[in-house]
Design a protein around this ligand. Sequence first.
Ligand code: FES
Length: 157
Amino acid sequence: MAVDFMYSEKVLEHFRNPRNMGEIEDADGVGDVGNPKCGDMMRITIKVDEATGTITDVKFKTFGCGAAIATSSMVTELVKGKSLQEALAVSNKTVVEQLGGLPPVKLHCSVLAEQGIVAAIQDYYAKHPEKTPPPELESKAQYLEKVDPHGWPDGDQ
Ligand code: FES
């Protein structure tokens, strides 16, 4: 039985030329997430404008598969310049759509990208208890805890 491992041009382009790769030294929020089954790991660091609550910079470090790298790259592009609330609305489905799709067996990799952003935003609010997090943060964090990264389609598809 043939298995479709075809990647879109956009996925391959982000894999070859990842955007926003690296780590922000004095990050305002750090999100460390990992997939316990494949062992892939991702760190997302964000810089947030205090006054406006806008993500002014975001970087990723991903030790993982090509799809994890491409989705990391895309998610950083999607949240950069957005408010924290807007960034929470970026789902793994959005990331996959913007990449022109992923092979079904690699869809779970996009969940890691979404989790990384949520974890970084959670960390930002943990470090800034004086700020009120958007109501979506708690439900999003709870939702992501329930997602088995290899259990697609339990994720937001
Ligand atoms: S195989 Fe682990 S995130 Fe892609």
